[in-house]
Ligand binder design. Structure first.
Ligand code: PLP
Length: 468
C-alpha cells in the first residue's frame, strides 16, 4: 500500500465512520449472537496473497459491525460511559501515524512534554491541589512536588501506586513482606482487589455505611486490629463514585486516618472524576484532596476522550519514579537528569502518544463545552430519575448524585432479574445490573453523546413494556 492508496482508502474510511455515527440509531444496540460466532465469519487460516481494499471493506459490516455492542448508540445505558469525540479520532490517526514509542524523553520529546502539559491542563480543570502539577510556579516552596501521567486504565494506576507504597515500606528494612496490609471499601471496583492480588499484599475490605460509603471510623477500627496483630498498614484506596452505585467514600475522614498511620491514600475517581471540572461538583467532591497521596480518573469515561486515557497524579513524583528504576545503557540519554522519562512511571516500557487526544479535544471544545456535556448527562439522568419516581411500581436504590440512576421494581430481586433480562433481550436499549448487600437493582446511565431526551423517554417506555 503506497501513500496514494492510503489517501484514497483513508477518505473512504472517514466516510464510513461518519456514516456509521449518522445512522447508528437504526441498529440494534446489542447483537443476538452466541460465543464462537466469529468462527463462521472469518477463514480459519490467513490469506497468502494480498486482497483488494474493496473486499476488506465489504466485510466490515458482516464481520465486525454485526457483532458489536454499540457503545455510542443513543440507547446504550449500561456500565459507565466511554468517551467519544471526532477530535480524538483525528488525534488517534495522527498518533498511530507518527507511531512513536515514548518511553523516554529522548525517544519522543513532544510525546513526553505534551503529556506533561496535558496532565497539568487537566489537573487544573479538575482543581487538583497545585502540589500535584508539574509546572507549578510555587514548586520551589514544596520540599517535593508532583506530576502526572496518562496510563491505559485505572486498574494499572491502582496497581502501580500500591506497588510503590509496598516498595517504600520494604525499603525501610527489617519488614516481612507478608506483614504488609492495604485497605479499600467493600464497594471498591474489583480492580482494587486484583491489584492487591497482583502485588501480593493482604487486602482488607472495609465495611461501608448505609450510603455505601467507607467512613474513617470503620477504616480505623480495621487498621487498629491489624496493628495489634503485628501487621504493617501501607495503603488505602478510596473511591469517589463507586461502580455499583456511584457512592462516595468520606475522603476527609479517611485522609485523617491515613495521615495518623502514615498510609498512602490513593483516590480512584475513574468515572466520577470528570464531574470535578464543574465547580458545583468540585465543591463537595474535592473535600479531603489535601490529604491524598495520589489521584486517578479516566477522561476516557466521561470527558469525551476516546479510550484509552486514564490519568494518574502523585503528590511526590520522586517517590513514584524512583521505586522501580532499572537503567540499562540502551535506554540512557544525555538529558536524563533534566527530563521526565515516563518509563519509570508505569509497568510497561512502551507507550502511545495519548496526550494528542486531550490536546485536540480540549482545544476544539474548550472547557466550557466539556462542562456542558457533564451537566447535560446529569440532567438527563435527573429526568430519567423523575420518570422512575412517578411510577409507584418502582423505587430508587439511592439518590443519584451524578448521571447514574440505580432503580428497581418494588419487591423481590427475582422480579428485577427477570425485568433486566427482558429489557436487554429487546436489544433496543442496553442497561446493566448490580447487587449490594443482597439488594439487586438496575443501573441506567447516559453514555452516548448522541443521546437526547427522546431517547431517555424511549428507554423508559421499553422498560415499562417489559414489566410482567
Ligand atoms: N474504578 C472504578 C470506580 C470504575 O468504575 C472502574 C471501571 O468502571 C475501574 C476502576 C476500572 O477501570 P479501568 O478499566 O480503567 O481499569
Amino acid at each position: 500500500m503506497d501513500t496514494e492508496e492510503f489517501r484514497k482508502v483513508g477518505y473512504r474510511m472517514i466516510d464510513y465512520v461518519a456514516n456509521y455515527f449518522e445512522n447508528l440509531k437504526e441498529r440494534n444496540v446489542t447483537p443476538p449472537l452466541e460465543p464462537g460466532f466469529m468462527r463462521q465469519r472469518v477463514p480459519t487460516t490467513p490469506n497468502d496473497d494480498p486482497e483488494e481494499w474493496d473486499e476488506i471493506f465489504n466485510d466490515i459490516e458482516d464481520v465486525v459491525m454485526d457483532g458489536m455492542t454499540h457503545w455510542h448508540h443513543p440507547n446504550f445505558h449500561a456500565y459507565f460511559p466511554t468517551g467519544h469525540s471526532w477530535s480524538c479520532v483525528l488525534a488517534d490517526i495522527l498518533s498511530t501515524s507518527i507511531g512513536c514509542i515514548g518511553f523516554t524523553w529522548e525517544s519522543a520529546p513532544s510525546c513526553t512534554e505534551l503529556e506533561m502539559s496535558m496532565v497539568d491542563w487537566v489537573g487544573q480543570m479538575i482543581g487538583l491541589p497545585k502540589e500535584f502539577l508539574f509546572l507549578n510556579k510555587d514548586n520551589e516552596k514544596f520540599k517535593q512536588h508532583g506530576g502526572g501521567i496518562i496510563q491505559t486504565s485505572a486498574s494499572e494506576c491502582t496497581l502501580f501506586t500500591l506497588l510503590t507504597a509496598k516498595r517504600l515500606k520494604l525499603n525501610e528494612g527489617n519488614i516481612n513482606e507478608s506483614d504488609l496490609v492495604c485497605y479499600t471499601s467493600e464497594q471498591a471496583h474489583s480492580s482494587v482487589q486484583k491489584a492487591a492480588m497482583l502485588a501480593n499484599v493482604l487486602m482488607r475490605m472495609v465495611k461501608t455505611d448505609e450510603n455505601d460509603s467507607m467512613r474513617g471510623s470503620s477504616l480505623e477500627q480495621v487498621i487498629e486490629e491489624d496493628v495489634r496483630n503485628g501487621l504493617k498498614p501501607i495503603y488505602t484506596c478510596a473511591t469517589l463514585g463507586t461502580t455499583a452505585s456511584c457512592s462516595f467514600d468520606d475522603l476527609e475522614e479517611i485522609g485523617m486516618v491515613c495521615k495518623k498511620y502514615g498510609i498512602w491514600l490513593h483516590v480512584d475517581a475513574a468515572f466520577a472524576g470528570s464531574a470535578l471540572i464543574c465547580p458545583e461538583y468540585h465543591s463537595w467532591m474535592s473535600r479531603g484532596f489535601d490529604l491524598m497521596t495520589s489521584f486517578c480518573f479516566n477522561p476516557h469515561k466521561w470527558m469525551l476522550i476516546n479510550f484509552d486515557c486514564s490519568m494518574l497524579w502523585v503528590r511526590d513524583k520522586d517517590v513514584l519514579t524512583k521505586a522501580f528504576v532499572v537503567d540499562p545503557a540502551y535506554l540512557k540519554h544525555d538529558n536524563q537528569a533534566l527530563a521526565v522519562d515516563y518509563r519509570h512511571w508505569q509497568i510497561g516500557l512502551g507507550r502511545r502518544f495519548r496526550s494528542l487526544k486531550l490536546w485536540f479535544t480540549i482545544r476544539r471544545l474548550g472547557v466550557k463545552q466539556i462542562q456542558e456535556w457533564i451537566r447535560l448527562t446529569i440532567d438527563l439522568g435527573k429526568q430519567f430519575e423523575a420518570m422512575v419516581k412517578k411510577d409507584d411500581r418502582f423505587e430508587l436504590y439511592n439518590d443519584a448524585k451524578l448521571s447514574l440512576v440505580c432503580f428497581r421494581l418494588k419487591g423481590s430481586n427475582e422480579k428485577n432479574e427477570i425485568l433486566y433480562k427482558k429489557v436487554n433481550n429487546t436489544r433496543k436499549i442496553f442497561i446493566s445490573q448490580s447487587k449490594i448487600k443482597d439488594v439487586y437493582f438496575l443501573r441506567f446511565v447516559t453514555c452516548s453523546r448522541l443521546t437526547k431526551i427522546e431517547d431517555i423517554e424511549f428507554a423508559w417506555n421499553v422498560i415499562q413494556t417489559c414489566i410482567e
